[in-house]
Design a protein. Structure first.
Length: 478
């Protein structure tokens, strides 16, 4: 798939280009155009024009039909999306076929259904009402779109996380300008093809490619014509976007980084806890914001848990690469730092050798560490690779203190057979999501997001619609 901008219904390749590198083997997949400030400005202008045109008065029923048409278009090109996602990210075809593409389709279908159920996002009325002694009044609330929404999506789940924002933004009647990660532009371009074929009015969806600082990302998030920004990515980038948006007081929705804890109590089903931690620490080589990097295990089962987790990590085969050479080097540097800080390496700790074309890619070993103090950088800082540090605890209160002693607060997992403990502990963990005896089970209707440095706001179901629209109170004196 050739990466192109999509602006006002036209595909174009303005600007200089940069190479797209396959993380699996280091080969060059193609070239990506770098959007200039003029391209970004054209995209925002096209989005504004769409809002003044027919899209601005499109009914909820017609918007739902448009979302279904996009979902149908993705379904019709299912394997093309799989190919593009696998090439860009290096992940397995199974993951792309069972998670990435189905969830993208589900995102569009679920918001079409939500519109069908509540076509105007709820009128609320109060009769009678009073207006400062002026007599009886009728108050009702309507929701209107924000306007032009800038969406910045990450490289780890590029299709899933971009559609997670595009679908509700369009459902609310906004126009969108998407800037995907420069590392993973292909499925965004293919999505633009699908949207073009679906017949949405020109300018409703726009796509610009490029980098972040002093480039397309900064041009877009600081643009005075952008009415809202939705971003998923690392916390430092979120802070930079917030500074860039501050001059125009642009509202933001952020899903940011995490240093996610798991608490394994002695009464847990240890088989399930080990299996779940393998999944939560090493899926997609740890390159999911929800992955576990800190594991706290009650002391009576600590030694057994560490041995079993290390054996499982050492036996993993066919794991995917880091997204880039730079990210591989960052993860390996943290492995070295952990050793310098005194870690015991139970499993992994380096770069593998396969003896085939994968040796040209950006792979690192799944790694289990123990023995570090809580002040160690490898315990405090997000690594975003296939690694976890395992430490013991003795009491429930100590476990909570360890889990909450972090600047991040995205997701956590609890492993226990004690139902009372689960209900008691879960609300006290300072994360936006708490999984009990499972990991990454997602219902699209539930709130998704973090606290502290892990984000601002919530996504999912009506929570997304609350961000992408704004309530307007209408008061009519009777």
């Amino acid at each position: 798939m050739k990466a192109e901008h999509y602006v006002g219904g036209v595909f174009r390749s303005d600007g200089t280009s940069f190479p797209l590198i396959a993380p699996a083997d280091g080969s060059e997949l193609g070239a990506v155009p770098e959007a200039t400030r003029e391209v970004v400005d054209d995209a925002v202008t096209a989005a504004q024009a769409a809002l003044r045109g027919p899209w601005g008065t499109t009914s909820a029923e017609d918007r739902a039909a448009a979302l279904r048409a996009v979902a149908d278009g993705i379904q019709a090109r299912f394997e093309e999306f799989v190919d593009a996602e696998v090439a860009d990210t290096g992940r397995s075809r199974e993951f792309a076929r069972t998670v990435d593409v189905p969830r993208a389709i589900g995102n569009f279908r679920s918001y079409a259904e939500l519109l069908y159920g509540r076509p105007e996002r709820a009128y609320t009325t109060q009769i009678p009402g009073w207006s400062g002694g002026a007599g009886e009044a009728l108050n009702y609330t309507v929701r209107r779109p924000l306007g032009v929404v800038a969406i910045i999506s990450p490289w780890n789940l590029p299709l899933l996380l971009s559609t997670w924002k595009i679908a509700p933004a369009l459902a609310c009647g906004n126009a969108v300008v998407l800037k995907p990660s420069e590392e993973t532009p292909s499925t965004a371009t293919l999505l633009a093809r699908v949207i073009d074929d679906a017949g949405l009015p020109d300018g409703v969806f726009n796509l610009v490619h490029g980098h972040g600082p002093d480039a397309a990302g900064e041009f877009l998030t600081g643009h005075p014509g952008v009415d809202a920004i939705a971003f998923t990515g690392e916390s430092a980038t979120g802070a930079a976007i917030m500074r860039n948006a501050a001059d125009h007081v642009t509202p933001v929705s952020f899903e940011l980084g995490g240093k996610n804890p798991a608490l394994v109590f002695a009464d847990a089903d240890l088989d399930a806890a080990v299996d779940g931690t393998v999944r939560s620490s090493f899926t997609h080589s740890g390159q999911i914001c929800l992955c576990t990097e800190r594991v706290y295990v009650e002391r009576p089962v600590f030694d057994e848990f560490v041995v079993r987790l290390g054996e499982r990590a050492s036996a993993l085969d066919g794991y995917g690469p880091m997204i880039s050479a730079g990210h591989r080097d960052k993860v390996l540097a943290y492995y070295g730092l952990a050793r310098d800080e005194g870690a015991t390496v139970v499993a992994g700790g380096g770069a593998p050798s396969f003896g085939d074309e994968r040796d040209g890619g950006f792979h690192v070993e799944p790694t289990v560490l123990t023995g570090l103090p809580e002040t160690a950088r490898a315990v405090r800082e997000e690594i975003f690779g296939p690694v976890c540090h395992v430490a013991p605890f003795d009491t429930e209160d100590e476990a909570l203190a360890l889990a909450n002693d972090s600047p991040y607060g995205l997701a956590s997992t609890l492993w226990t057979r004690d139902l009372s403990r689960a209900h008691r502990v879960a609300p006290r963990v300072e994360t936006g999501i708490v999984w009990v005896n499972c990991w990454n089970i997602r219902d699209l209707r539930t709130p998704f997001g973090g606290v502290k440095a892990s984000g601002i706001g919530r996504e999912g179901g009506e929570y997304s619609l609350d961000f992408f629209s704004e309530p307007v109170n209408v008061c009519i004196q009777i």
